[in-house]
Ligand binder design. Structure first.
Ligand code: SAM
Length: 247
């Protein structure tokens, strides 16, 4: 195995690999976020990925690499939503990197959203980051969220058909859903295709990349609506995971 650089601290090589360079304020916010995660982790189990490479690569880099296109116009006004945000990833990294964006963070676990709400306040992001303690199935049926987002994303929340059912109903007609995946294969693609047929959406992009320092393979999937999503989706709380679309 060739030697790979080790990003125990944020350094130029990390940003070079990402092809994005934070301003000094953004870097400060990323460092503050790490400190806050450490602090909140002692009270709520938010994430074990808080130190060194675990934080800078598996959290920050992994959250931002799929947004190459959006990072080229960071001031553009966008409405984004991160469903199943847990300790705030990818949503908080995206909020820091895209100063023009309004970001909604959703998670059903109140202890996590309370911690994330406090972190948002300390980071000075309250004016453009909203936190909702809610099941994604309800977010997608709420008129204040349904059809309202340019970019709807989820990382490590469920299988692709389940996530598609959470995210597609949230999209504006020209919005995109971003699914963060680890491995991705032909069977996964077939299962997702069946779900997308019912949701009236298409898979428009699959991109694979290896994280630095042998941190594993990642894929990003982008979805777009082809027609308005049928009103029946997302189905009632628990149904998408119990009976995934197309299975
Ligand atoms: N996205 C974060 C990350 O990548 O670090 C957290 C991933 S964690 C494994 C999954 C999170 O999704 C949990 O915090 C869980 O509460 C949340 N979640 C799972 N299903 C959900 C649903 N239907 N509605 C809202 N949140 C959900």
């Amino acid at each position: 195995m060739p030697n790979q650089p080790c990003f125990t601290k944020p350094n130029a090589e990390l940003w070079q690999a990402l092809q994005w360079h934070p301003s000094s304020d953004q870097l400060e916010q990323m460092i503050t976020l790490q400190v806050l995660l450490r602090q909140w982790n002692t009270k709520v189990n938010l994430s074990r990925l808080v130190e060194g490479d675990d934080y800078w690569i598996t959290q920050v880099f992994d959250s931002l690499w799929p947004l190459k296109c959006e990072l080229e116009s960071p001031q553009q006004p966008r409405h984004c939503i991160d469903v199943g945000t847990g300790g705030g990833f990818p949503g908080l990294a995206v909020a820091i990197a895209l100063p023009g964006a309004q970001i909604t963070l959703v998670d059903s676990v109140g202890r996590k959203t309370a911690a994330v709400t406090a972190m948002v306040a300390t980071l000075g992001l309250t004016s453009r980051v909203m936190v909702r303690t809610e099941r994604a199935e309800l977010t997608g049926q709420d008129p204040s969220c349904r059809g309202m987002f340019d970019l709807a994303m989820a990382r490590a929340v469920s299988t692709a058909p389940v996530i598609a059912e959470y995210l597609v109903p949230l999209l504006k007609p020209d919005g995109e859903a971003l699914l963060f995946r680890g491995q991705w294969n032909t069977n996964d693609k077939q299962d997702l295709a069946k779900a997308l047929k019912l949701l009236k959406a298409d898979l428009i992009k699959v991109e694979r990349r290896e994280l630095p320092s042998n941190r594993g393979i990642r894929h990003q999937l982008r979805l777009r609506a082809t027609l308005p999503c049928p009103a029946t989706y997302p189905r009632r709380v628990g149904v998408p995971t119990k009976n995934p679309l197309g299975s």
